[in-house]
Design a protein around this ligand. Sequence first.
Ligand code: HEM
Length: 415
Amino acid sequence: MTDTAFTISAADRSASARPRDAAFYQNPYAFYSALHLGTPTFRWQDYGHWCFTGFKEVNALLRDKRFGREILHVMSRQDLGWAPPKPHTAAFDLTEKYSLLALEPPAHTRLRTLVNRAFVSRHVEQLRPRIGRLANEIIDSFEADGGTELIKSFAAPIPAIIIAEMIGLPAEMAPQLVSWSNRMVQMYMYGVTRDTELDANQASADFMAYLRDVITERRRVPKEDLLTHMLTADPVDGQKLSEDEVISTGILLLNAGHEATVHTAGNAVKTILESSLDPKALFANEEQTAATVEECLRFDAPLHMFTRYALSDVTLEGGLSFKKGETIGLMLGAANRDPMRFRDANTFDPFRTDGQNVSFGAGIHFCIGAPLARIELQVALSTLFRRLPALRLATEPRYNNVYHFHGLERLDVAW
Ligand code: HEM
């Protein structure tokens, strides 16, 4: 099957869709729909590895302990045929070294246990009033203008300020944190260049230096914040967190804590305004607000593909085999649109009852911030549509020219 943006060969279960092609990243769902028709598991030529789009398969593989996000704990770089680490990305690599997203048990379990307490629903639920105040203050600042670019003015500051405050950094630092984070996450996109690497490395070095200074300050004068909590938490398995672990975790939380939420908020506003549905009905009460947010997460997920390494030689049910160290791609954005799992999968329906999605992943790496992100989205979106009932799109929104992040470049709205 061919489209301008992709080709699929059912005969050898392979496909090509260039992650840098605007026709593809503006609407990856055309590719996913074509794959769901007969080639849900395929070799993506542009990446050079097998990918899975079926909901059942993605959900199962995310939980499958034979696959992991880390590989160097069971294989050497030499065995993998990898080049030595690049000296010019040393600072970036150090921020990754102790990242939850780069670890598997037992190191992952220890770190996650220490961080998890701060993010349980019971705890983050207390932030609801603060998020509501912030959303209202931000709308107050632009309401009289009759229009705004919503990503920069509304979607971005809310999660950035909230996660900065949770960690214990001043809200005024949020724009700087967002800038470091934006430059670092370029490393996760398709086709990274040397310039991108150098820039991400510089951002990492600056980010680490800033956090080291704040940590020195917290050791002197502890506060009621996550940074102090991580520095003073009781040891797990006899070990406290090292300074590098605290810095890695802080950076991961600051980056993961806003990037995906910003994109989800933008995609959600676009989806709602493009639908013919009445926002009043979508946010009629708390239960419906939660269901609307879930459907926005399903319908236009902000993160489309996460990879895993086979930790041993693996043969899957169905016969597909992977050698130890091989990469697979789990396509969250496609799994959420699987017609085998969802009725009218390509229809935005906030009243559906089969809405459970994999936008936050599953298994041991399931998003630690999911309860927080859900509350932020529920409060921010319901406040926005209540305060600005005449909200409409002022220009056609366009997505950023990257894959696998799927978020809007800008979102011009008027009321
Ligand atoms: C709508 C917003 C968000 C989405 C869609 C999202 C999505 C995800 C996904 C898919 C993963 C798992 C990746 C994998 O399995 O390979 C993940 C992990 C993670 N997320 Fe989120 N996330 C969001 C918001 C947040 C927030 C607000 C925070 C923090 C405050 C956060 C922190 C993390 C962390 C620390 C991990 C790593 C967990 C681990 O490896 O154990 N995320 N997120």
